[in-house]
Every structure is written in structure tokens, then in C-alpha cells.
Design a protein around this ligand. Sequence first.
Ligand code: SF4
Ligand code: SF4
Length: 356
Amino acid sequence: MKEKVFFIEIEDNEHDDLICTKLEKAIRHNNLFSFIDAKDMVAIKTHFGEQGTKGFVRPVYFKMIGKIVKDKKAKPFLTETSTLYKSRRSNAVDHIELAYEHGFDYKNTGLPIVMSDGLLGDEEIEVNILGEIYKKVGIASVIAKAQSLIVVSHFTGHIVTGFGGALKNMGMGCSSRKGKLIQHSTAKPTIIKKNCTGCKECIKWCPAGAISFIENRAEINRKKCIGCGECLAVCRFNAVKFNWKETYEQLQKKIVEHAMGVVKVNKGKIIYINFLNRITKDCDCMKGFEKVTPDIGVLISFDPVAIDAASLDLVEKRSGKKLPDLSYNIPYKIQIDHSRDIGFGNPDYDLITLKY
Ligand code: SF4
Ligand code: SF4
């Protein structure tokens, strides 16, 4: 059986207010929030955008989504988790301040922000799953305790996972710090000495204190390294090398299995909304903003695998290119394939176009 994926088509560079109006009609006319009960605490999970990024889903959409949830007499709030890498998103206080700077304040959204994993990212609940790699995963406690979940994702390319959509927003974005750590634990980079200029940029960003300098060249202590990939992202001299095969395969599978934990703990009271506009080569953790394809639309589904599969197909159709030609040249369908292999979600979908 195929899963329904609702599609609201948009023009390239269409104004957020117009898209928001169409999306509101789609949700209300099709009663898509009917799974939310009165008095439910409803977590709206998104990515507030790293400092310097512009691609994140704009606050105006959350005001609208929150209003629909409030009309159902439920209690919506915005939520996020801390990052592993050093940035303003690596603790709750700085993260919330950054969210305010990006417009996610109460005045703009009508929603409070409750960080899912506490002050320092360590508040979690363990969830038993039947994965290939894990039988237990660490999910951010607020995500696990919320009675309904709305996962709002900005679909982008990604340096390690090929693409970031609903699965990544849940698998990495709803896991605790410990959950993130075990997802990254197999990814240990090495330094290509001949390329290293000794600029020391990587040492400033390494969250684990794993980089030292020997004869003015970076050296990574593999025991201390947590595999976050921050050094790869900041090195401008191509001096950091990842074992991509180990990294992308394992990481994508681990993300899927953490997403499985989120779905299990929320007992199916979840809806997914993917925004296919302002699509960039990198995710919203990375600076820089260059669209790799014209804007496409907004997708809504009750299945995280179906919505990501449909997003991928639409991006490739609209751009006329395969995703590796738009983002990074790595196998990019492991999230989808692994979901199918472990019986999580359904990659087969019916695309239902809604016109408003
Ligand atoms: S950022 Fe790159 S070039 Fe600079 S010290 Fe680190 S590894 Fe070397
Ligand atoms: S050395 Fe390891 S822990 Fe440090 S930034 Fe690189 S990947 Fe992350």
C-alpha cells in the first residue's frame, strides 16, 4: 500500500505569506491535524538555523501552525535540541537567543520555546526499538513526553547524509547528546599533513579537544574525537579526510534508527511537513546560501520515509539533476533503503497535489 503525500506547489521565490496561506488551507480543509486532541502538549520540531544561515523555515509558518493547534484547544510549543559541535546552538540559552534573533520569538510565532534535551543536551529517555544496529536509542525527553509532534523540516543537501529532511530532523534533531554521539561515533577523520597550513581554525571548533598541533600541523587524537565532522566543515584547505564509506553508511542507518525511536515513543501522533524551497547544497547548520534548484513546494505526510522519498524525487525532477550533482557525491538513498530494510515507514507514496 502506498502512503499519501500531499503536495502544495509553489512558484520560484513565492512570498512566504502566500505560501503560508496555501499551507493553512491545505491543513484546515483536509483536517490534517485531526490526530491532535484537546489539551495535548504539541511539540513543533524545527531547526532555527545556525548563525549566518538564511535557509531555515520562517517564523510566519509556525505562527499559523500554532494557531491551528490552539484552535483545537491543544498546547503547542516550539522545540529543538542542542548540537554536538561548538556553536551558539550547543546549549539551550544561546540556542534560544539565536532563535529569537532569527525571529522565533513569542511576538512573531505566539509560541514558547522549550528545549527538548534540557540546558546542556543531556536530558533523554531510552526507547526500545527493533533496529539493525540498535535495540535502544536515546531520545530527547521533551520529544518523548509530548503528546503530539509536528516535524517541520527544510529539505536540503547534506555533507554526510546526502540529504536532510524529516528523517534527519527526527533521527539527529530529536536525539539527546548521547544519542547524537553514538550516531557520530564511527566517523573519525584524519589529517592530510601536506594540505594542512597550520591555520588552527579546526582547533577553535573541535568540541572534544581532540586536535593538537605537532610541528605546526594538526593532529587528531582518535580516542578523544567524537566524530562530529566540525573540523571537516571549517577546514578551507582540504586537509581533513573522512572515511566516507564507513561514515555515510553507518550514520545514515543510525539516523533512521533514532527516527524510529521518535515515532515509537510518540505512538504515531506525528505529522511531517517538508519545505522544498531555498534548497541549498548544505543544511541549515552551515553558513552560505545558494539555491541549487528553483523552489518547488511544501509536502505533508503522516509517513517520514514517504515524505523524504517524495522530496528527493521532486528535487531531482525539478532540477533535472541527481542529488549528488546538486550537493555532495555520496550515496544518498541509504536513509530510504535502510528504513525499508528494517520495516520502518514506507518509501512508496502517492503524490496528491492540493491546489489553493
Ligand atoms: S583547519 Fe585545516 S589547514 Fe587549518 S589547521 Fe586545521 S586541518 Fe590544518
Ligand atoms: S577532531 Fe573529531 S571531535 Fe574534533 S572537530 Fe574533528 S570530528 Fe569533531
